[in-house]
Design a protein. Structure first.
Lengths: 438, 294
């Protein structure tokens, strides 16, 4: 009996293991045998925010419309988790139906391998849906490729959100328009013991966004494309100069002490509590500035464009904006493709854009959104107005670079200036990453 | 030694080994072979794309990268100090607790608690303590030691040391428990005989406890080396390797190269280098401890 039992236990273990490893995650691509069609989504729409709630509502609505479809939402809010999931899917050939990849120039490889669908035919076939802001849509017209490879699902000016009451207390009547006025304002804020700019560069994107703003105001958004196309070097004097402005701000104490070791959520909280005068961020944080429970100074928060350089007025309206995409798997066929496109349209429709804007201060760049200004947060309206004056828009400088490592390389080099490196060293560090890849 | 004569017995034993063997081969050996293969190849991480064999190019790139050399230096420092402090402190605590002093169960639990937490939670906890506006700097300021306030995790001279300290803090309990288990195997008779011979407590420690625990101590050292070479989560949570790669370890660099920069070849090459380092250190420490024993 004991022998039998031991054999049974061992066999059960083996069977269990085989069952575990035997599953290949087979995916149905049709419902001819009664199986549901799976549509997988991998976006950053995860968490408990209002925009995520709307996103999920739309998915539910789609599912109730199509009982033969099962939508699997694998979205990840955390950037690292999202990247891990995306890279695993890319390398294992299990790319979701709708996903997003940061950047533009680095999309070539994916397009060449047929992983991203050209959405031009879909856009042309549905003029009613195709009411996206032309600048936002053309952002995903990848150099050396015909077509449009993503639908912009989020936009908005990345500007400076500032505490007007603190500015007034410091003797600053209006938000500085130029770089010299900006530096004076920083000194005045410091004089009343307020951190001028809430910057937590442990989360390196904050330092990156600061430099992006400076770069566009100093050299225009076109210069980023030149850097990506290798028609310009990071060690060129003008680019080094743009880096030196970050260093200048750091040296004059514009950031919290030890900014390189503080994360974004901590400085955000400082700004919300009125301990910092400004923060550079986008529309995604507006809801954090309007909730009085989390942000007692909500009434004092205003938004403005990053100041321009007195000697470069031509770049006054060259702005950093956020543009986030929905991309569609280029390998889809048949009903699965049709359903995926239908869901994409529902997520970016006129009605969805209205709901996202009014309820979550989340902006889909459409020209036909009929926003009820009474329902929308004033900060979002100001942001929309400021965004309308942009003569050139770009997201991050590295978005135009074909090297995937440039995101970290540029941001790390910028952070290095906060802990002692010179602008020349930072520029050299970034340039050597490019030279290494040649 | 048990000799299995019948085929039936051998088959039975094989069946019991099989699950572990399959798991080991599937999740250890196969990925290891895969890592070696990718380390001599150039692949962008896109399924279906061509994999170009590039020989040792990835290894050369890795060793030419100043960031990797910094990470190696950090790893060397971390292994050295972890081995230097983990086992000795754990041994002292184990001996103290083994005296069954008043409240020893409480202390045993307290010292073991950091081991129960995931290293990510431990890292986050210490990040909030050591961050520039964190509680440690606040404590120093309140104690009138404002001149000692420093951004611990970004200062070149303190960043890595701070992480090493946290790694030591988090691991002591684990080694302590192993050593306590080892201590219980030393017969009381030996201590009693030594006491009759007039041996002092300190002498007992160095002449009986340490020699009798040598196999356990060497096991702790080997596990410590392997564990420290593999540390990833602590760095990832506390500094993300920053500022500017100052606190990177080969493990974090491997992750960044493969999963952020699409350099699967370089990432795999770093993985193989980590494996070789762990192997050399483990075999080396085994050799050193066995030589001392002889």
């Amino acid at each position: 009996m004991k022998r039998f039992l031991s054999l049974f236990l061992a066999a059960a273990l083996c069977a269990g293991m085989t069952a575990c490893s035997g599953s290949t995650g087979s995916k149905s691509d049709g419902n001819s045998d009664g199986e549901k069609i799976e549509i997988r989504l991998l976006t950053r729409m995860a968490g408990t925010t209002k925009q995520v709630e709307i996103f999920k509502d739309i998915i539910k609505e789609f599912e109730s419309k199509h009982p033969d479809v099962n939508v699997i939402d694998e979205s990840q809010g955390d950037e690292s988790s999202f990247n891990n999931k995306l890279k695993t899917d890319l390398s294992s050939g299990t790319l979701p139906n709708i996903f997003r990849i940061q950047g533009v120039a680095n999309l070539s490889e994916y397009i060449d391998n047929g992983l991203i669908m050209d959405l031009d035919p879909v856009l042309k076939a549905d003029p009613e849906w195709n009411k996206f802001v032309p600048g936002a849509l053309s952002y995903y017209q990848v150099p050396n490729h015909n077509g449009t490879y993503a639908i912009p699902m989020e936009s908005g000016l990345i500007g400076i959100y500032y505490n007007e009451a603190l500015f007034k207390k410091a003797g600053i009547d209006s938000f500085p328009e130029t770089w010299s006025q900006f530096k004076t304002a920083i000194q005045k804020l410091k004089a009343i013991n307020v951190t001028p700019i809430a910057l937590g560069a442990k989360t390196t994107y904050m330092a990156g966004h600061l430099h992006d703003q400076i770069f566009y105001k100093w050299m225009g958004t076109g210069a980023a494309k030149k850097l990506g196309a290798r028609n310009m070097n990071w060690t060129d004097p003008d680019v080094v100069k743009s880096l030196s402005f970050v260093k200048e701000l750091n040296d004059m104490g514009a950031f919290p002490s030890g900014a390189a070791g503080i994360s974004d959520d901590i400085v955000l909280s400082q700004f919300q509590k009125g301990q910092a005068g400004m923060i550079i961020t986008g529309t995604w944080n507006i809801s954090n500035f309007t909730n009085k429970k989390d942000c007692p100074v909500a009434d004092d928060i205003k938004v403005a464009k990053f100041p321009y350089f007195d000697e470069k007025p031509q770049y006054k309206n060259e702005d950093m904006q956020v543009i986030s995409p929905y991309m569609v798997n280029g390998k889809l066929t048949g009903k699965e493709k049709d359903y995926t496109i239908e869901l994409l349209k529902m997520l970016t429709s006129k009605d969805a854009a209205k709901r996202f804007a009014e309820e979550a201060s989340f902006l889909i760049p459409r020209t036909d959104v009929d926003i009820d200004t009474q329902k929308v947060n004033p900060l979002l309206l100001d942001n929309i107005e400021l965004g309308k004056t942009s003569t050139g828009i770009a997201v991050d400088v590295f978005d135009f670079d074909p090297l995937a490592s440039m995101q970290d390389t540029t941001r790390n080099a910028i952070v290095s200036m906060l802990v002692g490196s010179s602008p020349e060293q930072a520029a050299q560090q970034i340039q050597s990453e490019i030279d290494k890849s040649k | 030694m048990i000799y299995l004569k019948s085929r039936k017995d051998k088959f039975k034993i094989f069946l019991f080994i099989l699950p572990a063997l399959v798991l080991y081969v599937l999740f250890q050996i196969v990925p290891m072979i895969g890592a070696f293969y990718f380390s001599v190849a150039d692949w962008k991480g896109i399924a279906g794309t061509s994999i170009k064999m590039v020989g040792l190019k990835n290894y050369i790139t890795v060793f030419k990268d100043p960031g990797f050399l910094i990470s190696l230096q950090n790893m060397g420092k971390m292994v050295f100090f972890s081995v230097l402090f983990h086992t000795p402190i754990a041994l002292l605590l184990a001996v103290a607790i083994n005296t069954k002093c008043r409240g020893y169960r409480f202390f045993k639990a307290v010292y073991f608690v950091p081991t129960v937490f995931p290293l990510t939670a431990v890292g986050l906890l210490w990040y909030f303590i050591f961050m520039p506006n964190g509680s440690f700097n606040a404590l120093l300021t309140n104690l009138g030691l404002a001149n000692l306030v420093t951004p611990w995790l970004i200062n070149t001279s303190t960043a890595m040391n701070t992480i090493i300290f946290v790694n030591i803090w988090a691991g002591i309990g684990y080694y302590m428990v192993i050593l306590i288990a080892g201590l219980t195997t030393i017969p009381d008779d030996i201590y009693e005989a030594a006491q009759i011979d007039g041996v002092t407590t300190v002498q007992k420690f160095f002449l009986i406890t340490v020699p009798m625990l040598k196999p356990i101590i060497s096991l702790c050292i080997v596990m410590d080396i392997i564990g420290t070479v593999k540390v990833f989560d602590l760095i990832f949570v506390m500094t993300e390797g920053g500022p500017n790669g100052l606190t990177n370890l080969p493990t974090t660099l491997m992750y960044y190269e493969a999963f952020r920069y699409d350099h699967y070849g370089i990432g795999s090459a770093i993985g193989i280098i980590i494996f070789l380092i762990a192997l050399v250190l483990t075999v080396g420490s085994e050799y050193l401890t066995s030589r001392t024993e002889n």
